[in-house]
Design a binder for this molecule. Sequence first.
Ligand SMILES: Cc1cc2nc3c(=O)[nH]c(=O)nc-3n(C[C@H](O)[C@H](O)[C@H](O)COP(=O)(O)OP(=O)(O)OC[C@H]3O[C@@H](n4cnc5c(N)ncnc54)[C@H](O)[C@@H]3O)c2cc1C
Length: 408
Amino acid sequence: MYSIKQEAQRCLKCKKPQCSAHCPAATPIPEVMELFLSGEIKKAGEMLFINNPLSAVTSAICPHERNCTGHCVLGVKGEPVRFYAIEEYISRFFLETVELPHIEKNGIRVAVAGAGPAGITMTLLLLLHGYDVTLFEAQDAIGGVLRYGIPPFRLSRDLLDMYMDIMLRLGVNFRPNTRIGTNILIEDLFPDGYKAVFVSAGTGRPNKLGLIGETLGHVHFAVDYLKSPEAFKLGRRVAIVGAGNVAIDAARTAIRRAHSHVSILHFMGENEMTANRDEVEMAELEGVEFIHYAQTVRILPNAVRCVRVRRVEREDGSAAFEEDYSETFDVPADSVIIAIGQGPGADMNAAGVRLTQRGLLDVNEWGETDTPGVFAAGDIVSGPKTVIEAVAFTKKVFRKMDEYLKNT
Ligand SMILES: Cc1cc2nc3c(=O)[nH]c(=O)nc-3n(C[C@H](O)[C@H](O)[C@H](O)COP(=O)(O)OP(=O)(O)OC[C@H]3O[C@@H](n4cnc5c(N)ncnc54)[C@H](O)[C@@H]3O)c2cc1C
């Protein structure tokens, strides 16, 4: 294992860096490495922050194998550079030591609805450009999934406190426990002098299976469980339906908190799992059992009934997955956790802007809705994605919003 400095020294500073090219936020990796190695750690931190205000977060939880690390040329024959570890170190140091500049206010009022990654990014960009920002958040603290979803053993909550502190120092008005679309509507904001509204409400509503047994008392949705695991009594055997990152987070949390035997039920094979490879590997190390090719068909008071799925090769080489109803089996479970995706909350129906068929906000490539002055980004427009994708699109939307606010 190399030290952070040795790791940075291994970087070849490629002319056409594939690591940057495959980062949704196009992080200028060779330039950051250069500054870091020449002792300019604060400048390196500033460069990262300006490019991606949430670099302290994304360096910890990005799917690195799909982005930077997965495309490092050194990885072709050997060990790729773990840029994320260097970035995490620099970005945390930056947050801990940042001296904020004095920003002249421009007197233009903007509302941000939702304080997850998209909302935090937009709020920081607006504040740094002199706007007067009110940040409305349905929960009592900022972070969105970063606070109420991703387990603390993967992401330290003190980072979110540092972001809150920076936003307060820059003059944000924070309205916690306030849900736009229920008590305050978007249309109520404009008469109070808000010139634009940015909606970043995420996709916090869990999808349901639609099966018999789903409303029983021992059945929970993963995103509800992850919000406050201490509120749940899971019992000795926990079955999780779904095999994405949310399922893995629920499984690893249940193992830690309830010391349960955790089984993950997945209707396809190991290679078709959508969860990050290293998260799956750690779940295996921690004792999570994976039951592949199992389609859940019913939830019983003490088990999950499954049908065996067969993998069938099609003529064109692709695979199909077919249920074989001649083979059913029950997986014993004191609790069942459902983790099969999320969608937008109902309050967006009252947002007064056009929605897509999936209930997401319908925006153009610049995040503009069909209501003048209302912009949106993050999972509420893309459906569940990643933090770095939410940040990258929010930056693009900021450019359009800034133009709108200054010229309208
Ligand atoms: C369990 C879990 C694990 C994940 N792990 C990873 C990972 O490891 N790496 C990764 O990159 N991505 C991960 N993701 C995905 C990532 O967290 C999301 O893509 C990202 O959080 C989206 O940011 P967002 O700001 O759009 O939404 P969110 O994070 O959902 O934030 C939305 C915010 O808006 C608030 N809100 C909702 N409705 C309203 C309203 N009407 N008015 C005011 N406020 C409102 C919510 O309370 C919330 O604070 C994970 C997701 C989950 C659920």
